[in-house]
Design a protein around this ligand. Structure first.
Ligand SMILES: C[S@@+](CC[C@H](N)C(=O)[O-])C[C@H]1O[C@@H](n2cnc3c(N)ncnc32)[C@H](O)[C@@H]1O
Length: 258
């Protein structure tokens, strides 16, 4: 079925229970998760997420919404999920690759104990600076060690340092998708046994199931094959247990087994 047909079918289904809504990036290529209903997604946000969202995080979300690249931000429901996950695994020493204005960074910083740490990397400091006042307001800036620059050379340095091997409880990867497998090759040594690596965007706008002729935006098409290759590689990697969760744009949790 062509993607436009799928989108039309989805639209027909969802409009039975809601007002006609703008086409979301989930609907754009027509995958069939429950949350293709905008109304259900709004229900989750309004019932379970926004009422629990700390004020500085809300402020950071609102500031980010005005930024031209705001599509890159982690959604509020995913931020809440990551925060809960960190508490469930008692994470203390963590890493984030891909900060942008810091929504996921602040969500996770708030979930860490006062002496918790996040090594945060991004090639762009300007965007991080936009969110920094809210991170400071939330009283968690002392947990964050922000490094400006590409993540790969930093990871290479860390892997060489024996003390850093197996030292991270949690890593959130949300950056250049064409490097995810390169990150994985290094992170598997840096995360502790029993620790978790979370790869973001593993459903990549639903494009992982788009037919070859689907009208995808250029950057979606470019990264699609990398994301699909990553998904296959993670599924075949015996060193990890995985679960691919349809929150946000898809997040794959990997627990290091050995
Ligand atoms: C999707 S955004 C991150 C969103 C962020 N997690 C949030 O919650 O808003 C991707 C980020 O990865 C950064 N990035 C791209 N290539 C990178 C690289 N090689 N190393 C580090 N960061 C990179 C970009 O500058 C951008 O800020």
């Amino acid at each position: 079925m062509a993607s436009t047909d799928v989108a039309a079918e989805v639209k027909a289904q969802t409009t039975q229970v809601e007002e006609p809504a703008k086409v979301t990036r989930h609907q754009e290529v027509g995958h069939k998760s429950l949350l293709q209903s905008d109304a259900l997604y709004q229900y989750i946000l309004e019932t379970s997420v926004y009422p629990r969202e700390p004020e500085p995080l809300k402020e950071l979300r609102e500031v980010t919404a005005k930024h031209p690249w705001n599509l890159m931000t982690t959604s509020a429901d995913e931020g809440q999920f990551l925060g809960l996950l960190l508490k469930l695994i008692n994470a203390k020493n963590t890493m984030e690759i891909g900060v942008y204005t810091g929504y996921s960074l602040l969500s996770t910083a708030l979930a860490l104990p006062d002496d918790g740490k996040i090594l945060a990397m991004d090639i762009n400091r300007e965007n991080y600076d936009l969110g920094l006042p809210m991170i400071e307001k939330a009283g968690v800036a002392h947990k964050i060690d922000f490094r400006e620059g590409p993540a790969l050379p930093l990871l290479d340095e860390m892997v060489k340092n024996e003390e850093m091997q197996g030292s991270f409880d949690f890593v959130f990867v949300d950056a250049d998708k064409d490097n995810y497998l390169n990150y994985h090759r290094r992170l598997i040594d840096l995360v502790k046994v029993g620790g978790v690596i979370a790869y973001d965007n593993t459903l990549w706008n639903g494009s992982v199931v788009a037919p070859p002729d689907a009208p995808l935006r250029k950057y979606v098409r470019y990264y699609r094959d990398f994301v699909m290759e990553l998904n296959k590689a993670l599924a075949a990697d015996p060193r990890i247990e995985i679960s691919q969760i349809p929150v946000g744009d898809g997040v794959t949790l990997c627990r290091r087994n050995y």
